[in-house]
Each structure stands twice: as C-alpha cells, then as structure tokens.
Design a protein around this ligand. Structure first.
Ligand code: ADP
Ligand code: ZN
Ligand code: ZN
Length: 787
C-alpha cells in the first residue's frame, strides 16, 4: 500500500495541518511528490498537493480515503519547492496552503474561488463594471479585496462561485492539404499558398494578417479545399513583438573584473556564498550580473534575478533580453494570469534558463540554480506585507543552500542590516567605487526651504532649482524631478473652522484629485466628489493645501512653458504605461520628468543632467525607525539618475531639515558616514541589527475587542519571553484606523529566544480559536519592513 501526505486547500486558512490519504493501486506507479490532486474532504472534493509518499502511516488505515484524481501529468512542485513551502510556513508562522499558493502561479490555484456573494448577477455586474470590462474572469488579489469590501458593505451572505480563467489560449492556424493547385489566375492567392505550404507547422492566421494577407484571401484558399484550419495552443509572450538590439559583453574594468572573479569562483565551486555588492549608482553592477549569469549558463545551470518592481525598470529587462534572448523569462505584476502561467511553464520545462522578476520570482521553478541575484537589495518590496510575510532574501538563502549556489545582493545603499553582516564577515563584501562611464562626481546642492520662504519665495520651486531648470531647457538637456506625493492637493482645509476632510474608514486625510474632481483615500481607495462647502460648519472658505504631483505638473508647465511627463500611481495604472511614458520622455526629449519615488529606480538616460528633489523630507516624517535610512537611500538613488553618461550631472535637494544627518550624508554621497551614525542610533534605541523584531497587529471594527486582544498577546509574550527581550506596547498603530478597522500593535525586540517559533505558532492558533467568533484578527510579522 502507498499513502500520501497532502496539504489541502481548505478555506479555513488558520488550519495548518497535513492530511493523509491512500494512493489507489491504479495510481501508484505514476504518483509523485509535488503532484496536484483532488481529494475528498468532508462532503466535498477539494484540491491538494502531495508533500510526501510513504508505505506506512500511524493513522487507522481503514479510515483513510483514497485520492480522487491527479490533476497534472507532471508534478507542479519539485521536491525542493515542497520542502521550501514547509520551511517558509514554519518560519513565518503561516499555514501551508497559503504558502504553496504563493509559490505557484495563480492559474494553478483551485479552479474555483469561493466568494461570498448574495446575488450572482450583482457580483458579475460588479466585476463587469471594473475597468477591464467583461473580460475579467479572473480576480487579482486587489480585485478580490475590493469585492470583499463590496460584499461586506452590501451585507450579502449567500454563496456563489466565480470561475477563474486558467485555460490555455488558443488561436486559429492554417496548413496546406494539397500539393497540386490551380491558381495561375490568382497570383496573390498563389503566393499565400506557397507561404503556407513552405511552413513546417500550421501558420497562425494573425501572422498572415501581419504579413499583409487578408482573412478573405485565406478563406478563398480554404473554400477551394487547398488548406485546412485548426486551433493551436499559443503562448502569450509579452515580448513577442519587440525587437531587441543585440547587447554585447563589455570588457570589465579592473574593479568589475575583481568582483566578477570572486563570484565566478563561487559559482564554479558550487559554494553558497552570499556576496554584498556595494556599488555606487552607474558603477556597472548590472554588467557584473550579466556576466555572472553567463557563467552559470555556461556551466549548464540556471539563474534568478530579482528586481524591486519590474514594470518600473523596463530598461533592465530589455538589457537581459538583448543579452540572452529567448533564454529569459520575465515575470512581473503587469502580466495577466495566463501570461504569468506561460512564463512559469517556460522555466519549469527548461525552455528559459534565466528568470527576471519581482519578489515572487524567487520561487521560479528551476532545478539547478547556479546563481541568485537580488538587485537593490535594500528595497522594502522584497518583503511581502500580507501573508505569508516572507522576505525574498531569506527565501533566497534557503534555495541557495539547497542548490549550492551563491547569492549576490547588489545596492548603492545596502540596508544597514546587510552592511552590518558584511562587516561581520557573514556576507562577502564586494565594492565598485567608480562610475563605469562618467567619472566626474555629481554636483549636489541643498536648498533650505524655510530660508527660501523667508526671502519671499513661497513657490515649491526654489530660485536655485528654477535657474538650473531654465539652463537645462535652453541646452535641450533633461530634468528629473521627484515629489513623493501624488494627487493634486494633500488635503482639504476649512479656513473658518480648521476642519480637514478625512476618510470615513481610515484615520487619514483625503487627497484632492483635480482631474477626477474627487477626494480620495490613498489607503483604502474610498472616493467622494468634492464639495465646495465645509462638512463641519457649512463655510465656503475651503482650500486645498499640500502640493501633489498633479498640481506641480501644472505649475511646471506654466512656469517653464515646456512639456512635462508625469509618472505616478495615477498615470501608470494601466498596463504598459510606465514604459510608454518613459519612452516618450526619452524619444521626444521631453524636458521634465516629474514623478513619485517610482522614478528613482533604474532609469539610465544619457541626456538627464539635472535631478531635483522637491521635498526631501516626506520620508523623514514616517513613524518608522528606518525613516532616516529610507530618506538617505531614496536621495542617493534619485541623485544617481543625473549625469550617467558623457554629460556632467547636478542635483538639488530642497528641504526643511538641512541639518538632518540623512540629508547631509546624502549630499556628501557618504554611505559609510551614514552607516556609522545610523548604527549608533540603532544601538542606543535597541533596533535592528542589534535586535530582531516581531510586530503583532491586532485589529477589529470594535475598539474594545482590539484592546482585549492586545492584552492577550501582551500577556502571552510577557510570560513566555526571556528577560533579555523587550516588549513595546500595546499602542495604537501609526494609522490607528484603516479600512474601518481599529488597530493596535505590539513590538517584540529580541536577541535570542530559543523556541520562539513554537510560542508564536501556539499564540497564533490560540488567538484564532479564542477570537474567531468576534472577527478579531492577529497579524504576526517576523522581521517587519515597517514598524
Ligand atoms: P549600475 O547597475 O551599477 O547602476 P550599470 O551596469 O547600469 O550600473 O552601468 C552604468 C552604465 O555604464 C551603463 O550604461 C553600462 O552600459 C555602462 N557600463 C557598465 N560597465 C561597463 C564597462 N565595463 N565598459 C563600458 N561601459 C560600461
Ligand atoms: Zn468649517
Ligand atoms: Zn480610507
């Protein structure tokens, strides 16, 4: 007899248990670990994943039920990924199915997603009314979230099922079925026939149309019986119609070569070394990545490259496609679930050996990894803010061990924790200290905006920056301006009573969007139309304060009489818009690119010679111990966009905190100075890397419940943690109310706690059992990115 340990997809996500089933005789010979199966569960049949096959079980075998069906010919999870899912679930205190569903493309989740909806029609109508129109058959996480809010608000309770879109895409193709034909009088048809006949496989109709043959013409041949039509499965290649300029290997400079040699040695020796590649912006880190990946490929191995958010860095994907061609799979959030599934299959079936993508690309189903590269390793996007709360670097370490391959963490501004590890020798430090092309240092100046206002300039653009912008426009060079605040105005203020319009669901002011004439909550998406009278006192003296990108775009156009490309969340919502806007900026040599921090990453345009940061302080005010680090990193990164090629670069930081060390060290481009000062602060304030953190967030619509739950967590921790640990709180979260939920938090700081994971797991289970009836939620975030 053979038995299978199976992780089943039960809607109650708090249950983390592995169930046992019998493998029917008829299936024994081809059932493998990693297979996706259907199994009976209670009165239903649900999806599950085999994680172990064994000959004996402790359980009473007469009570075991048999597996109902195998869902795929080949297992969807290789043994490494089965092991990895269990590791992640244990480490991040989560349940197994949740992790497996994170590792696999959405198309492989249960075929049916259960959604609580009262009237099928209402739900379908709601989905159809979404921007994507009636084509939305599959719900993204965000859409599902929105749907849940809708369902809650409508207080609908019945159950219906919305089918997910997973079917492979098919397209019409034609092939020749005769050798002889009589088409002497129809030369165009004859030409088409030869074209079809010459092909070794069916030709896609759409390819023929692209080549100028009309559907009518094809149908003529079909009617005459010379060709046959068929449907073929096609891949949805998002790069299909793109032409890549071939990109040749560059001769490495001395520093690059030295770093490359060390990485190569580690790849060849199959060592799981972790390198921290600290290289200033433009120093040629990417070229080192490209050549290191080439080593792995030459050795018959595969490579993973992680980037913070690939739709923000189209240039990066293009460089890799140009170098490695079809060997590259690109996985990013802009792809449809079908496209993602296709890229995933390419990797799994060995048709692509390099995969580039954001955080979840760390799960790319390779079998023989030669290297894992994580670019901009300090970015917070590598940490998932929802369950499972994994960090891509932590996952990379597990995969590197399994595959015996090195990891390269690259950054111009490594996270404080990473650099501390390098100083201790846990990571191997590699450095690139010079720019690869233009070695003239960037010229950075700081403008004190308080002084500026005192002198009478109340504009958001200082005189210094204004002069430099005009100079650039005259020279037909380009300017990048950063303003980390979208919308038109930050908030609506009543000048009579001081009332500020806030979100009814969150403790946050609403942002004014002029084009849409609405006030919007950037946290929960709540919108209302603008009213000209104060909601509190009926006064008509309401004004808008705090400039956002939408308004600054207008100001720039008016002041400089020039074209502006604006790039923020609002202008890039549509698929492909990032790339489109950047292309316009580059090709049409538009003077100004204005954007939120999404413009700080990866841009490499030769004609950009001036970078301005309109408000360097937005990040400093975050209620987070990493606020200074984030500010320093952002300023360093955006400064690196200037003068990357032949022309020299200049940078202006506008600030109200001229003396702040983050701004001073960024101005001096002094990473080490910042690192030392920040480490002193972390030591005194007892934060990472001196302590590890776990953040507990307790939330509910009822404040009293939240306080009760918070006390419960606090008490458990006080009893179970050693006296070397510090428990901070409970206290209200920085935004106390979000999405109608009140939120309290407790921060645990610890150096060493043996058995911590068991305590957390027990706490999580116990909390769930105790408070599930009240709908009280506990979120446990291990090593949180935001505190
Ligand atoms: P980083 O990733 O560190 O920001 P890049 O790899 O993008 O730096 O390099 C910056 C610029 O320098 C790019 O235009 C790149 O093509 C060029 N470059 C990098 N290495 C070399 C080299 N060895 N020789 C010539 N040009 C190089
Ligand atoms: Zn008022
Ligand atoms: Zn809100």
């Amino acid at each position: 007899m053979m038995y299978a340990a199976i992780i089943v997809d039960i809607p109650n996500k708090a249950v983390s248990k592995i169930f046992e089933y019998e493998v029917p005789e008829s299936m024994v010979s081809f059932t493998k670990v990693g297979h996706r199966v259907l199994v009976p569960f209670g009165s239903r049949t649900i999806q599950g994943f085999i994680v172990e096959l064994k000959e004996t079980v402790d359980y009473d075998t007469t009570k075991l039920k048999p597996i109902a069906k195998l869902l795929d010919i080949e297992p969807v999870l290789k043994p490494e990924l089965v092991e990895l899912s269990i590791h992640i679930a244990d480490y991040y205190v989560d349940n197994y199915i949740n992790v497996i569903e994170t590792i696999l493309p959405a198309a492989l989740k249960s075929n049916y997603k259960k959604v609580l909806v009262g009237h099928d029609d209402a739900a379908i109508d709601w989905i159809n009314a979404r921007p994507k129109g009636p084509e939305v058959k599959y719900l993204t996480k965000e859409e599902l979230k929105e749907l849940r809010v809708f369902i809650k608000e409508e207080r609908i309770t019945e159950e219906t099922i919305i089918k997910q879109h997973t079917a492979p895409k098919k397209a019409l193709a034609v092939y020749a079925i005769v050798d002889d034909m009589n088409l002497e009088n129809a030369p165009k048809q004859l030409e088409l026939f030869y074209e079809i006949q010459a092909a070794s496989e069916p030709t896609l109709m759409r390819n023929l149309t692209e080549r100028g043959y009309s559907n009518h013409l094809v149908n003529e041949l079909y009617k005459k019986g010379y060709i046959e039509k068929t449907e073929v499965e096609i891949e949805r290649d998002p790069f299909k119609n793109k032409v890549f300029e071939a990109d040749k290997k560059k001769a490495l400079n001395a520093e690059q070569q030295e770093n490359f040699n060390q990485i190569k040695q580690s790849i060849d020796a199959r060592q799981d070394d972790i390198f921290l590649l600290h290289g200033i912006t433009g120093s040629g880190k990417t070229e080192v990545y490209l050549q290191a990946i080439d080593v792995a490929l030459q050795n018959g191995q595969e490579a993973i490259l992680l980037v913070p958010e690939i739709s923000l860095t189209p240039q990066m994907a293009n460089r890799f496609k140009s170098r490695f061609g079809d060997d590259v799979a690109v996985l990013h959030s802009g792809l449809s679930p079908g496209e993602k599934y296709d890229e995933w299959r390419k990797i799994k079936e060995g048709r692509a050996r390099v995969s580039i993508g954001a955080r979840s690309n760390i799960f790319a189903p390779f079998e023989n990894l030669g290297i894992i590269i994580i670019d901009e390793e300090h970015e917070t996007t590598y940490k998932q803010n929802e369950r499972p709360h994994y960090h891509a670097v932590e996952v990379a370490k597990v995969r590197a061990k399994y595959n015996r391959c090195p990891i390269v963490l690259g950054s111009a501004t490594p996270s404080i924790e990473s650099y501390a590890r390098a100083e201790k020798g846990v990571y191997k430090l590699l450095e690139l200290t010079k720019r690869a092309v233009n070695q003239t240092p960037i010229d950075i100046s700081v403008v004190d905006m308080a002084e500026e206002h005192k002198r009478g300039n109340i504009s958001i653009i200082s005189d210094t920056l204004q002069d430099k912008i005009i100079e650039r426009i005259e020279k037909e060079e380009q300017i990048v301006l950063l303003l980390n605040r979208r919308g038109y105005a930050n908030f609506q203020l009543c000048q009579d009573c001081g009332h500020v319009s806030t979100c009814p669901h969150c403790d946050i002011s609403l942002t004014y969007h002029k084009r849409k004439q609405n006030l919007m909550c950037h946290y929960c998406g709540y919108e209302e139309t603008v009213k000209k009278v104060c909601a509190a006192c009926d006064s008509t003296s309401v004004t808008f304060r705090g400039l956002g990108t939408e308004q600054v775009e207008e100001i720039l156009r008016d002041t400089f009489n020039t074209d502006v490309v604006r790039m923020d969340f609002d202008t890039t919502k549509q698929k492909g818009m990032h790339e489109k806007l950047l292309n316009t900026f580059e090709r049409e040599n538009i003077s100004i690119l204005l954007g939120t921090q999404m413009i700080a990453k990866g841009l490499d345009y030769p004609n950009v010679t001036l970078v301005g940061v309109l408000n360097a302080d937005t990040m400093l005010n975050l209620p987070d111990f990493r606020a200074s680090e984030r500010t320093f990193q952002l300023l360093m990164q955006v400064a690196g966009r200037a003068g990357r090629h032949q022309l020299p670069g200049e940078v202006v930081f506008q600030t109200y905190n001229k003396e702040h060390y983050a701004i001073q060290f960024a101005t001096n481009q002094d990473y080490m100075g910042f690192y030392r000062e920040e480490m002193d602060f972390r030591k005194v304030a007892r934060y990472a890397p001196y302590y590890f953190h776990v953040l507990f967030t307790i939330s509910s619509e009822r404040m009293a419940d939240v306080i009760e739950g918070a006390h419960h967590v606090h008490q458990t921790l006080s009893q179970q943690m050693s006296n070397t640990s510090i428990i901070v709180g409970p206290a209200p979260s920085p935004i106390e109310r979000m999405n109608k939920q009140y939120r309290f938090q407790i921060l645990l700081k610890y150096k060493r706690e043996s058995g911590l994971m068991d305590v957390l797991k027990a706490l999580d289970d116990h909390f769930f059992e105790t408070y599930k009836a009240k709908g009280l939620l506990l979120k446990i975030d291990i090593n949180p990115s935001l505190i």
